[in-house]
Structures are given as structure tokens and as C-alpha cells.
Design a protein around this ligand. Sequence first.
Ligand SMILES: Cc1cc2nc3c(=O)[nH]c(=O)nc-3n(C[C@H](O)[C@H](O)[C@H](O)COP(=O)(O)OP(=O)(O)OC[C@H]3O[C@@H](n4cnc5c(N)ncnc54)[C@H](O)[C@@H]3O)c2cc1C
Length: 484
Amino acid sequence: MPTFLSELSTLLGERYLLRQPADTAPYSLDWRQRYQGKPLAVALPGSVEQVAALVKLCQRHQVAIVPQGGNTSTCGAATPDDSGQQLIVCLRRLQQIRQLDAANHTLTVEAGATLLEVQQAAQAAGYLFPLSLASEGSCQIGGNLSTNAGGVAVLRYGTMRELTLGLEVVLPNGEILHALSGLRKDTTGLDLKQLFIGAEGQLGLITAATLKLFALPSAHATALLGVNDMDAAINCLNGLRQAFGERLSSFEVISHSCQQVITRHRPGQLPFTAPWLLLIELADSGNNILLNEQLVNWLARQNNILDGVIAQSEAERRKLWQLREEISELQKQDGPSIKHDIAVPTSALPAFVRDCAAALQAAFPSVRIVAFGHAGDGNLHYNVSFTRPGNTQLFDDENTVNELVYEQVYRVGGTLAAEHGIGQLKRHWLERYKDPQALTLMRLVKQAWDPQGLMNPGKWLSSHPLGKEDLGFCANTRSLPPQG
Ligand SMILES: Cc1cc2nc3c(=O)[nH]c(=O)nc-3n(C[C@H](O)[C@H](O)[C@H](O)COP(=O)(O)OP(=O)(O)OC[C@H]3O[C@@H](n4cnc5c(N)ncnc54)[C@H](O)[C@@H]3O)c2cc1C
């Protein structure tokens, strides 16, 4: 290893190779403080050529690479194991906007730019880049691509998969795949970029992407509504879809116990509570007053809305969104929970919410379910904990809780990973629920591209069989009682 590190230091410059525990610490622990790794070092390359040379060096010395973006993964996807042998590679220094092609509505950006920086660059030129997540100030485009990130505007604009036209990738052999296309149509063979989107850094290091831009909406109508149950929520969703078509850009839900978390940490901020709150937004390129009037008229015809407020200004709109965006952070402060990021067909959400709660309550009478998320996409962050803060006993039953939840999810044709990915947390569950042929095909791709398994090993594409230790917590990485 000393030879490898001195060659790497010569390549990057010593200041861009972090080796001291105090310097590597922020990269070694995940956002939830659940996975604690011990990297060999953290490399901060400054150009695509340096990334390619670094990967070739790693090949020569057989050093495993853990790509890391903003380190906001909620499932340990960017954390190394504790062997002290894996190199974290963070592309934060690659943050240039390479091109904004206004006439083509595209923006080409390097992978280390944060999502917020990309949104701001688009906005400064009069365009919208619509991906929007609560972690947008920290997460990076490379991480967004590698997790196929979703967020609050998927209903209208799609996930990162739909928002991406081209990629530049350093492959596991150190060669560069030049596929930064700005084309919306191209049938010259397989669409290889899609293999890297959602691959969680296991097939290569994404260094740049060409992303779609959209017209900036000039009008917004944003409302917080209360309904009695998920049936009423889905009726409301479908009514809004019928009435407003693609102008419906967000449809978020907040369960009653989640409202209690908000109220505990932000007393007086929620204008009202209800069994379920809906945060909905319409957007178009017309007139604000007109759009708001149309929403008010539509709401006046509904008979299952218990209460509601409509934002009267941009400041009020921001305040409503802030309440929604803070939930993950507030829940982290509220104590640990067993987290799920599930999606089911929207038509099945009411049955899922009902049946899953019944199954959990039967098994764990004191269970508290904090559910919130992007119900317009069928996606719920479904977090399970005890009512008594500080009680960690529930984690002894984590496998049972997961099993109960995932059985209900798959019974209605859902998925166990909607937008946060698999990482280390859900590896063994993927093994159980994913179609075996699909898993075999994915691993064949991995084997062909990365035969030595040097790209982000220990995650779900690894070919080594799962051991007993993989059940519940990941192998190798030291697992901690989660903080969030
Ligand atoms: C408060 C909070 C709210 C969130 N809300 C949402 C949400 O609404 N929707 C959503 O989808 N997610 C959400 N997330 C999850 C997380 O922010 C996303 O998964 C995000 O896309 C991860 O980006 P990152 O840069 O932090 O990646 P990291 O966490 O650093 O890495 C994630 C994965 O990408 C790989 N990777 C990173 N960069 C590269 C690269 N350049 N090349 C190849 N592989 C790479 C890593 O190896 C890892 O497997 C939230 C997280 C938090 C903490």
C-alpha cells in the first residue's frame, strides 16, 4: 500500500489525498450514522483525466474504490468497509458547468456539482432543472444519477433516469466512456447510460452528465389540505390529475404521527392537523392569480377535504415546503426508526397503508408509524419506531418488521427501494424479492465490466454469496445504532 499511496499522491498532489483519521472521518460515516467504515484514504481528483489515471492505478494495485458524492445516502451505499483497504473517491472538485445549450434545453455539468448548484445555474439562465430533494444543498449530480434520485417533482418530470440525455463515465478499467449526448432521440444500439443510472457506483465513476432543462413556471398554486384517510388522498390525486393534467407537479402526504413529529420540533408551524395532510402544487407558464383561482374553484367542489390553506405569496409557499423538507431531519432528531422507502401502485396505497399498519400493530402493539412522502408516485417513506424515545429494542426485531412491511409491499406489486437505492441496508432483501433472472443479468453486466469487483464492493451487485452476517446488518462495515 505505501507504493500505491505515494503514486496516488504524486498523481493528485498531497493536499488532495486525505489520510489522517480526522480528515477522513466525515467521509467514513453515513448520514444516518448507521454505517461506520475505515477507508485507506480519501482521494479528491480534479479532472476526468485524473479520475481515469486513478482508476488505472487502482487496477494495477488491486485497490477497491468506493465512489462518494455528498454522502447523503440513507442506506450506506457510499460507506466503505472497515478493512482500511478501500479508497473513497469523491468528485467534489469536478463541479464545472461545461455547457448550457439554451436552444437545446440542456445543461452539461460535472458530477461533483451539488444539485442546488445545478438548479441555480439553470435558473440563472431562465430555465428549470426540476429534480428537487431535501438534501439538494449537499447531494451531488453523480450521487443523484447513481441512485436514480426522485424527490418532489417526479409526478410531472420523472426521476433522474428521465432527466438525463448523456453521460461521461470512467469505467472500471480506467477507460473513458464518452456518451455526453444532447439528443432526445438516438436508436444507435443499446442505451448504455441507463445501466449506470441507479448502479450505485458499482459499474464506474460518472464524471459528467447532460441533463434536460425545462421552462421556468411563472405561476404556482400550492396548498396544504387535510383528509381523513388514504382513500380520500388518492381520490384527491386522481381528481387533480383529471382537472389539471401535467400542471400537477407535486403531491406529497404527511401522516398524523409525522405531523406530531413536526409539531414537537416546530411548535405552531403547522396551520392545522388531520389524519393525513396533503401538500400539493400546480405549476404552469400562465398567470398566478388565474391558477390559484382555478385551484380554489376545484377545491370548492370537493366534499372530502377536511381543512386547507393555499399559499398567498412566495414566502408562504416556501414556508409550506420547508415544513415538508425538514421532516427527515426532524425525525432524525426525534430518535431512531426502522426506515423503508417503498413504492406501490397509487391505486394500492390505501390497502397497503391499512393492511401494513394492521400487521405491524398485531405484532408490535406499541408501534408508531411515521409515514410521509411522494404519494403521487406511490412512494412512501414508511418509518417504524416505538412511541418511547430512546428505546432501541425495536432494532432487535428489525428483520421481523422489515419482513412484515415488505410482504405487504410485494403483495400489491410494489418495490422495497423507490428512490433511495439498496446500498448495504437492503442487499439481502433485494436477494429475496428481486426476480432471480433479473439479478443474474445484472451480475453478468457487473462481471463483464468489473471482473475483479473493484467498484464499490460489498454492495448489492457483489458476486460473493451472502453470509449469515448479512442478515440485518451488513458484513464488514461496523454497524451502529442508527441516529435517524
Ligand atoms: C434529508 C434527506 C432527504 C432526502 N430526500 C430524498 C428524496 O426526496 N429523493 C431521493 O431520491 N433521495 C433523497 N435522499 C437520499 C439522497 O440524498 C439521494 O440518494 C442522493 O441522490 C444521494 O446523492 P449523494 O451525492 O449524497 O450520493 P452519496 O450518498 O455520496 O452516494 C450514493 C451512491 O452513489 C454513488 N456515487 C456517488 N457519486 C458517484 C459518481 N460520481 N459516480 C458513480 N457513483 C457515485 C455512491 O457510491 C453510492 O452508491 C434524501 C437524503 C436525505 C439525507
